[in-house]
Design a protein around this ligand. Structure first.
Ligand code: PLP
Length: 417
């Protein structure tokens, strides 16, 4: 096949492709696989029942049903849903935004493709710009999104370790520089893969750096504020002319609805809506239809607070406990579980690389993600990037527990040669 540069760039193997293929194969029914790999949200019974009920009510109203399956929504997204979102933000955070400050995307992944290529890459012959990821490890799904090579520049974090074998990454502000080569700053919060939640202070400093440089500060809230709010401590949501806040319905329990939300200045959301028309014609109607009432009433915040967050918090504590038991005596650290669906394990003296550990675990039917994928834009050869794995704890407890036991066995085998 004689492919264009575009065809070659986006059809080559990538970390996110391997992750999603592993996920798809495991969930397609091979019951022997312990899937601790992808970022699939849990099927939380209360949440499932809620959406089942909502779907039922739609089916019982022929006019609503016909509209949802039979009409294109506008490229910015369904109007009532945008208005309900703007009201929710204004009520909850005291902002003063309107529907024009919001544009939907076909999943937030598609939103990042648009945003990153809007603010980084070629600038009509002027020097190229990059997206600054001020703290790696950072989300695997950003890595291959650029229309040009070297889209990202990233910094190592500083590492704080604790006596109970937990650790936490912090932004190393001494090495973060925002010069003319930076088109935007981006962080995921909570961070996929580590479950780290940048502190309010770190976020305020990064926001300040972006404002001083006049570049957007993109915050990926896929797991965070205001929903699904899988954050186990305190976290504010920054807002200004410079902020671009990305959200998603996926981790609320609706990854199949492919609905991303971008909240930003109107010139930015207008550009996104125009690009949506070119790339997608219209936004999908199902996600907005399923959550409109929840957003209007504010019930979505209570669902996150009372059901979703506690569900994952319990699972996180349980998974950390299982690892602490299973790895007793091994040289390991687990990142503080502050949010999202993952534990991030660090084995400082493992004689094999994380890529090999992934392969050995896969051959034993346990899918994790090798940590080396999560350092997009980091130029220096830091051994740490081959010493970590990401483990999801979203699956049912017995699967997570069996998976953790096998991970510990394989790590011990590798250490003992
Ligand atoms: N951002 C982060 C940090 C993620 O983990 C994911 C998915 O796992 C996404 C964005 C994209 O999610 P979606 O396209 O389903 O909204």
């Amino acid at each position: 096949m004689n492919l264009s540069d575009f065809g070659k760039r986006f059809s080559r193997p990538s970390g996110i492709l391997q992750l999603m293929e592993d996920l798809g194969e495991a969930l397609a029914g091979n019951g022997d696989v312990l899937m601790l790999g992808g970022g699939n949200p849990a099927h939380i019974p209360e949440v499932q029942l809620f959406f089942q009920d909502r779907l039922q009510r739609i089916v019982e109203h022929p006019a609503e049903f016909a509209h949802i399956i039979g009409d294109y929504d506008p490229p910015r997204g369904e109007k009532q849903f945008l208005a309900a979102l703007a009201d929710l933000f204004n009520r909850e955070y005291g902002w003063d935004i309107g529907p024009g400050n919001i544009s939907l995307t076909s999943g937030s992944q598609a939103g990042f493709f648009l945003l990153f290529n809007m603010f980084a890459g070629e600038f009509g012959g002027a020097p190229r710009k990059k997206i600054l990821l001020p703290m790696t490890p950072e989300y695997i799904g950003y890595a291959d999104i650029g229309l040009v090579d070297d889209m990202f520049v990233a910094q190592r974090p500083s590492i704080e370790t604790f006596a109970d074998r937990t650790f936490k990454y912090h932004v190393d502000f001494d090495s973060v520089t925002v010069d003319d080569s930076i088109g935007a700053i981006c962080v995921s919060r909570p961070t996929n893969p580590t479950g780290n939640v940048l502190t309010n202070d770190e976020v305020a400093k990064l926001h300040g750096l972006a404002q001083a440089a006049g570049v957007p500060f993109i915050v990926d809230n896929a797991y965070g504020k205001p929903f699904p709010n899988i954050i186990f401590g305190d976290a504010s949501l920054p807002w200004s002319e410079q902020a671009i806040l990305c959200m998603s319905l996926s981790k609320l329990g609706l990854p199949g609805a492919r609905t991303g939300i971008i909240v930003a200045r109107e010139d930015i959301t207008n550009a996104i809506a125009r690009m949506n028309a070119i790339f997608n014609l219209a936004m999908g109607s199902f996600g907005p239809a399923l959550v409109l009432d929840l957003v209007r009433s504010g019930e979505v915040l209570r669902l996150a607070e009372n059901v979703i967050r506690p569900y994952y918090e319990r699972k996180a504590r349980q998974a950390v406990h299982w690892f602490q038991q299973a790895l007793a005596g091994v040289d390991y650290y687990v990142h503080k579980a502050e949010g999202a669906l993952f534990l991030w394990l660090w084995f400082p003296n493992l004689p094999i690389r994380s890529e090999e550990l992934y392969a050995r675990l896969k051959s034993r039917g346990v899918i994790v993600v090798s940590g080396h994928y999560f350092f997009p834009g980091l130029r220096d050869e830091w051994t740490h990037r081959h010493e970590c794995i990401r483990v999801s704890y979203a699956m049912p407890d017995e699967i997570v527990e069996r998976g953790i036991a096998i991970i510990a066995e394989e790590v011990r085998k590798a250490i003992n040669g």
